[in-house]
Design a protein around this ligand. Structure first.
Ligand SMILES: NC(=O)C1=CN([C@@H]2O[C@H](COP(=O)(O)OP(=O)(O)OC[C@H]3O[C@@H](n4cnc5c(N)ncnc54)[C@H](OP(=O)(O)O)[C@@H]3O)[C@@H](O)[C@H]2O)C=CC1
Ligand SMILES: Cc1cn([C@H]2C[C@H](O)[C@@H](COP(=O)(O)OP(=O)(O)O[C@H]3O[C@@H](C)C(=O)[C@@H](O)[C@H]3O)O2)c(=O)[nH]c1=O
Length: 289
């Protein structure tokens, strides 16, 4: 099957490209050089050239700089909400399934239980607001769509918490990391596999919707950091601190637990163990896992 993919060098986009051939998928990639999504008007001409013969469109792009979005919310909104709105409308018009990725940061993080897809959104940050707006635009476009909400993505590519920890862990004997934000670290490779499976199923007629997908088991950033240090062979000790001791421009949700039952019921996709994903990333980076 042929899929149009927005995004080339991001974590999820890179993993989709790595897996496409083995999944029997021919990709037609629209990268920043073809369509700079800070100008959402660039979406229509790029998609028009590639939509004939495609069976699904996946959007793996986003403004993901959470703190920087506080000062640049309008540009973040263009990329995270207005451009996906354009994509979703064009897909609806063409009758193509549109798969879009979203985040735990659409929630306010209150409570201590896992949220399901029906839980109300209440983002705390500019990034979260723009991602929430993107979700709502995709639903409002009225076409067949899937919104995959995931969390704490890591891979061997681009910038992510795991790579930051490996770098700092090689330089420092001790690091303080927040221990009161809880969520599921998610390997980008597993998100890519989920999206490709969902795209195929939807191209064959499966219904879409909004789905949660996060790695298991839930942990804190400190717990994740400790596992990164151990598996990555870093002797760095992790001190546990509360969020209040790590001030950032954008507030983060404390409870990012996602209930992932619906995606399992609809597509047979189970939560991956992020510790196995971490070993694979270490191997990818040329480190011993
Ligand atoms: N990272 C995370 O922890 C999480 C991510 N998500 C969601 O998962 C999805 C994928 O994220 P991830 O792979 O980590 O993202 P990355 O930050 O690794 O990559 C972002 C991608 O978006 C592209 N992009 C950003 N701005 C523009 C622009 N103006 N025009 C064109 N392309 C642009 C980038 O292109 P370029 O390489 O040219 O900059 C890159 O391909 C996103 O929807 C994100 O919101 C959800 C939860 C957690
Ligand atoms: C580097 C570092 C971070 N932290 C804290 C800050 C923050 O609360 C937490 C995670 O830090 P980061 O800034 O790397 O993570 P952040 O950019 O907030 O990650 C988020 O990205 C977006 C795109 C998402 O959609 C989310 O799911 C989530 O993955 O760890 C420490 O406590 N100590 C440290 O040494």
């Amino acid at each position: 099957m042929r899929i149009v993919l927005f995004g080339r060098s991001g974590q999820v986009a890179t993993e989709i490209a790595r897996q496409a051939e083995a999944a029997g998928v021919k990709l037609d990639v629209i990268d920043r050089a073809v369509a700079d999504l800070s100008d959402p008007a660039s979406v229509a001409p790029a998609l028009a050239e590639r939509i004939a013969g495609a069976e699904a469109v996946i959007n793996a792009t986003a403004w993901t700089a959470v703190d920087a979005a506080e000062a640049e919310e309008e540009t973040a909104r263009a990329v995270n909400a207005v451009a996906p709105d354009e994509m979703a409308r064009l897909c609806a018009k063409a009758g193509l399934p549109f798969l879009h990725v979203s985040t735990d940061y659409v929630f306010d993080g209150s409570g201590e239980t896992a949220r399901d897809e029906a839980a109300p959104t209440a983002p705390l940050s500019a990034y979260g607001r723009t991602k929430r707006d993107g979700e709502e635009a995709v639903r409002a476009a009225g076409g067949r769509h899937a919104i995959l909400r995931t969390s704490w993505v890591f891979s061997a590519h681009g910038a992510n918490f795991a790579k930051t920890m490996l770098r700092l862990g090689a330089e420092r004997a001790r690091l303080n990391v927040v221990a009161d934000q809880i969520g599921g670290p998610t390997p980008a490779a597993d998100i890519a596999a989920a999206l490709l499976k969902m795209a195929r199923a939807m191209a064959e007629g499966a219904p879409g919707g909004t789905f949660h997908f996060a790695g298991a088991p839930d942990t804190s950033w400190a717990g994740f950091a400790r596992e990164i240090m151990a598996r990555g062979g870093r002797g760095c000790e992790i001190g546990e601190i509360p969020t209040a001791d790590w001030p950032t421009p954008a507030p983060r949700p404390l409870n990012s637990r996602l209930d992932c039952a619906a995606i399992h019921a609809a597509f047979g996709i189970a939560r991956p163990d992020w510790r196995a994903g971490l070993d694979a990333v270490l191997t990818d980076l040329g480190e011993t896992a």
